[in-house]
Design a binder for this molecule. Structure first.
Ligand code: NAD
Length: 498
């Protein structure tokens, strides 16, 4: 059976722990490979490799580091097909979604190509007599990223591309469910010209995560995953004196106003709710139509559209979405569907028991649709992370907008309307980090910044964009003067008093 180990110091390193995790093929339900789970000592070995590479890499001028990023981008593009198939085979998302996953990662790599400009500091000439002040952004040192299963190309790139371009060396701990694409990305980074030890991959579970969080030489940790773990990572990492950003779960709402283009809204929401089997942190699993007429029409149209969805294996080009990632996750989603029924919501479409001919053991779930969901329900309060759309009916925009604002999660939300003033007011007031106006999945482009609010993110800085540069660097401010000859009465005065 294929085995996935570690990539440390520019080469494949065989794991010694004797502990392994199973990598499934979600299409067939079979174990297709196993992944080595690192020990604390193995993680420490990767830190040593990253430390050894640090002075050379941090001292490489930013333009040369940018050239490595350009080449990395070219290599990933050249290997797009192979990477997309590998990604789909472990995750279960369809090939088009896998290519999207890789492309969104490349968008951040492209952003990181601009690092010479992005690292430029500020300069004040003559802040006092003969005194200039300037600032520079310097690399932090050895940094780490811990990533979830659902975007095994994009999220490793969010973190590693920006961190490495800024001059840090990096240890990536990918999800143990689909670690093969992150491993390939590290190999391609080496091939692109990043010296050995600049980007390392250590596979593992909680043992590896805890080793990262407590290692004294790791300066910053970026995490993306579920909220309880995000909170744990944030609390533990900061207690060990590290800079930490930790993105968590989500429950994004889409509000449909009576003046929305209903056809467009339904088309957008069917993709946003069910695409990638709902396993996107920016999926729209809650629809909030405003007014009874809007709600009745929305539910009727959505039922018809959802029934047209084709569920297939991840290499089926006609399939809208593939299997979910694991049997465990499938069971969890199905238990939430039962919970919704028990709580009294109306199950309009039931995706449970979906079987695909020839792939009966695959982790497939059909689309589910609930109407008359109520804010107090646990199935609404919690993240399901599957192909389940919950409809909550509201009477007014105010009532609708209070739902995402009061929810425990605050990653993204959207409003569908033709009223610019209402949309503007909603975007300004809603207590959520990313807002779409007639845009169902408002993932910001790479040169803006990604991050939610409330239990969707712990820490102050977002991923990529200017906030990413800020997270992966520390600022130093220099005040200089070059007095001539004998300093004499040129005693230093604070610039503001000069
Ligand atoms: P997860 O929390 O199970 O795993 C994320 C990472 O944490 C993995 O690398 C895993 O190995 C590690 N981990 C798991 N259990 C741990 C433990 N007890 N202690 C320490 N580390 C542990 O998340 P997942 O199931 O891989 O991913 C799905 C979740 O990620 C969803 O909640 C989704 O909303 C969230 N997500 C959030 C964003 C965002 O930007 N906010 C983006 C993508 C995914």
């Amino acid at each position: 059976m294929r085995e996935v180990h570690h990539f440390i110091g520019g080469k494949a390193v065989t794991g010694k722990s004797g502990r392994f995790g199973d990598i499934y093929n979600p299409n067939t339900g079979e174990v297709q490979a196993r992944v080595a789970l690192a020990t604390q000592a193995e993680l420490a070995g990767a830190v040593e490799a990253a430390k050894a590479a640090l002075p050379g890499w941090a001292g490489t001028n930013p333009q040369r580091r940018a050239r490595v990023m350009f080449e990395f981008k070219r290599l990933v593009e050249a290997n797009m097909n192979e990477l997309a198939h590998l990604l789909s085979s472990e995750h279960g998302k369809v090939i088009a979604d896998s290519k999207g996953d890789i492309q969104r990662g490349l968008d951040v790599v492209e952003f990181a190509c601009g690092v010479p400009h992005l690292l430029k500091g500020e300069y004040t000439e003559g802040a006092g007599p003969g005194i200039d002040v300037f600032s520079m952004r310097q690399a932090l040192g050895v940094c780490a990223g811990i990533t979830p299963f659902n975007f095994p190309a994009m999220i490793p790139c969010w973190m590693s591309a920006v961190a490495v371009a800024c001059g840090n060396t990096f240890i990536l701990k990918p999800s143990e469910k689909d670690p093969s694409v992150p491993m390939r990305l590290a190999e391609l980074m080496l091939e692109a010209g990043a010296p050995a030890g600049v980007l390392n991959v250590v596979n593992g579970d909680k043992v590896a995560v805890d080793a990262i969080l407590s290692h004294p030489d790791i300066k910053a940790v970026s995490f993306v995953g579920s909220s309880d773990i995000a909170q744990y990572v944030y609390a533990t990492g900061t207690a060990h004196g590290k800079r930490v950003q930790a993105m968590g779960g989500a429950k994004n709402h889409g509000i449909i106003m009576p003046d929305a283009n209903m056809e467009q809204a339904v088309k957008d929401i069917v993709g946003a709710a069910y695409g990638s089997a709902g396993e996107r942190c920016m999926a729209l699993p809650v629809a909030v139509p405003v007014g009874k007429k809007t709600a009745d029409e929305f539910v009727e149209r959505m039922t018809a559209e959802a029934q047209k969805l084709k569920i297939g294996i991840s290499t089926d080009n006609d399939a809208h979405y593939g299997p979910v990632v694991s049997a465990q996750h499938k069971a969890k989603i199905e238990s939430y569907i039962q919970m919704g029924v028990d709580e009294g919501a109306k199950l309009v479409l039931d995706g449970r028991g979906h079987s695909l001919q020839g792939h009966e053991k695959g982790f497939f779930i059909g689309p589910s649709l609930f109407d008359h969901v109520k804010p107090g329900m646990k199935s609404y309060h919690e993240e399901i992370f599957g192909p389940v759309l919950q409809v909550i009916r509201a009477e007014t925009l105010e009532e609708a907008a209070a739902l995402p604002s009061n929810h425990q999660y605050g990653n993204g939300c959207a409003i569908f309307t033709s009223n610019g003033r209402a949309a503007r007011e909603f975007a300004a007031q809603v207590n959520v980090g990313m807002v779409g106006i007639n845009v169902p999945i408002p993932v910001p482009v790479a040169y803006h910044t990604f991050g939610g609010w409330k239990r969707s993110a712990f820490g102050d800085t977002n991923q990529h964009g200017p906030e990413g540069i800020k997270f992966w660097t520390k600022i130093k401010t220099v005040t200089q003067r070059w007095p001539e000859g004998d300093v004499g009465d040129q005693a230093f005065v604070i610039p503001t008093m000069g």
